[in-house]
Design a protein around this ligand. Sequence first.
Ligand code: PEP
Ligand code: MG
Length: 928
Amino acid sequence: MAKKWVYLFEEVAEAEKYTGNWEGVRGLLGGKGSGLADMTRAGVPVPPGFTVTTEACNEFRKTGKFPDGLWDQMLAALKQVEKQTGKKFGDPSNPLLVSCRSGAKFSMPGMMNTILNIGLNDEVVEGMIKLTGNPRFVWDSYRRLVEMFGTTVFNLDDEIFEHPMAELKTRKGYKLDTDISAEDWKALVGTFKEVYKKHIGSDFPQDVLKQMELATKAVFESWMGKRAIDYRKATNISDDLGTAVNIQTMVFGNMGDDSGTGVAFTRNPSTGDKKMMGEFLMNAQGEDVVAGIRNTQQIEDLIKNMPEVYGQFMEITGKLEKHYKDLQDVEFTIERGKLFMLQTRNGKRTAKATVKVAVDMANEGLISKEDAVQRVTPENVDSLLHPQFDDKAKKEAEKAGTFLAKGVNASPGAAVGQAYFDADKAEKMAKEEKQDTIMVRPFTKPDDVHGMIASKGVLTSEGGATSHAAVVARQFGIPCVVGASAIKIDLERRVMEVDGKAVKEGEWISVDGTTGQVFIGKISATAPSLEEQTELLTLLTWADEITARKDIRILPDGRKAPGVQVWANADYPKDAQRARSYGAQGIGLCRTEHMFFEPERLPIVQRMILADSSEERTKQLNLLLPSQRKDFDGLFEAMNGHPVIIRLIDPPLHEFMPDEEALFEEVVTMRVKGDTKGPSTGSGQSLKEKEDLLAAIKGLHESNPMMGLRGVRLSIAMPEIVEMQVRAIFEAAADCALRGIVVKPEVMIPLTGTVKELEWIQPRLVRIAATVLAEKKVAKLDYKFGTMIEIPRAAVTAGEIAKLAEFFSFGTNDLTQMTFGYSRDDAERNFLITYVEQGILPVNPFQTIDRDGVGKLMQMAVNDGRKTRPDLEVGICGEHGGDPNSIEWCHIIGNNYVSCSPFRVPIARLAASHVALKYSGTAMKEDK
Ligand code: PEP
Ligand code: MG
């Protein structure tokens, strides 16, 4: 028996038997052919047809001829199609028309040939006119066939057909194709046939079988056309696959009032609501629906026009959803009362609909919870949590030329407000004038935070992803763009400029923290809130359940474990509350120094720094102790039952002092004026006090402060500060414990480089903890002392460090800075963006962990640390903790948790579950 080259759409089981699996069927029948066969199997009325296999194509390519048996099999299949449709190919009284389309295993949109309306000839045209009563449409279809034959089967230039048509339109004064009458089309068919004959040397084939044969050969040949070859090269598709050819009945929705056509989504693609959404037109073709010339009807009105068809349509689309287990985007045609589905595919949808459809389908039992969780991307969640600009409005703004500049997308979301160039002004206008403000600065410092918090958004012209502005903005969920270096900010003239475009203080700007773009003027945005998004909350609960499975991960040392938990970086009780409400299971970093910047505390901190004896320093610190205790008390209360990692003071002391240049100016002015007392308001400091302060600031000056006296080094130089902090932590912890709150404090020592530093400081602090607990008569409290790993030496000597440290937390901001030797404050502005653009770096390493370098150090630290202390708790609290790719790395190396800003917690929860599923049950393998 000759080889089987042709499969009717209903012969999918045979194709499966022959190839062994669905992948094989896709290879044999192509994507389109297997899809049509699959729909037919699902009980969907697809216009009948058959597929010529890719194997036939490959034979044809070898010999230039149809292989033995192919033509006979096509004729036999055609007979079957005639039977199924009750129509006959080439019969003017009841004609069957077919389309002939290519269809490779992988979609190659528009790269190969399609020929429609095969089966029309001079006689059939007359029959079709009788059937449709629409000569205009029939003559138009016929001229398209002649044209398609010329251009696709014989590769004639489009122009030779377009020219007579354009000439006709000019002659008759027509503007649009729709102005062309039936008579005109008929005349054009005559002209087209003449053109065809002139160029091909023979008449347009009136033999409909010849049409089918030539069209099939043309599709085969188009596989080796230049367009298709170039496309395959670009997309790495093998030339050996070949294309299938689909011969399918054409159905017409314009055959009278019992015909029609439409498009629909099985659920609302914008909201996800389980309600069909679509439109249709009676007695029309598909193009009419899309073209918008006639007013379409809503899909539910079909029940009035054709109740039975409507019922069938609802049943079929229900079946399609069940079969494909997803929201479907369908095209359909009704031909003389009979419904046909022309196409179905998974429908595109908004982030909101993605979540709702996934959760609903899991609740309906259509998909598993794991599937639901995997269908939603971290980007979907991101866009649901932050205000986003309207895409259309943004495009219009781009067109209108209001784009100003692009910087680093430091904290996502859309912000619209009036630009103010310093923190005080931004705060004042926001608070007193109730304006929406955007704080614009070259860069920000800790004493700018009040202006940032009061603003809707933040824009800086300097700094990168871990700059102060970026870190603070993320922490507070404020949209932020940093390092927009094209912008020149003139703080004197209160104006910012880019290439002649200027924005004066008080003028409106729009800042897109998701993309890094900045626009002049207002762009409309929408703002959602997590609490109101029930489906998203449900989905995240499922994500957590997956991550928490005790055996979902195999650690590098072979033990089974859950995936990575998500904790939050939070400095204040209200951030901790938000972190909890967003699902954080702990606090991974409380930066205590932020508390020192409170306006009433800063002067005490400054006096403490200026103290010239340990007694004086301790006296000032004792004044700070009650407020620190209160801060910690609030954090422990908010995190009842969950761990709270409090980092001891980290930054260099000069950060707490006034700006040196400004102070110098004040001193000079006072000296010139002979003013020794100073103003009665404001700081109220005398000249002598200011001079002392200036001298102290000069004394604190370091050439490289980020590598200077900070972190544990500062604690060793001035242990009184951290001693006060540890006392405050344990007094608060004990007080909370006595109130029945479950407290789990973890004291974190920053910037350790050698275990000797820990040996020096940690025992003193442990003694204070024990003393306080004894004073408060708290017998049992679950606490830990640990360290940050943010200096490469600490990572390399982690085995030693773990002898003292009971936990590690990777400070990947500093670890990246020190591993690459790139300044985290300047690199993005100066060269990093260029490095990424030039491919020298694959991504910005301050946003996504550099697995080959920084990541290797982390991996080594976890492994060596756990050799010393098998139950070592390991986390990450650098900005990478909220980045899905970095979360994956943390999962792989065996971190217990990641910690990120409260606003990124939901994204991180989803990402953690994705990676848990990705690696579940399999041996750990690195995936970049
Ligand atoms: C870090 O270095 O990653 C870190 C969290 O500390 P900071 O950003 O405060 O230096
Ligand atoms: Mg750090």
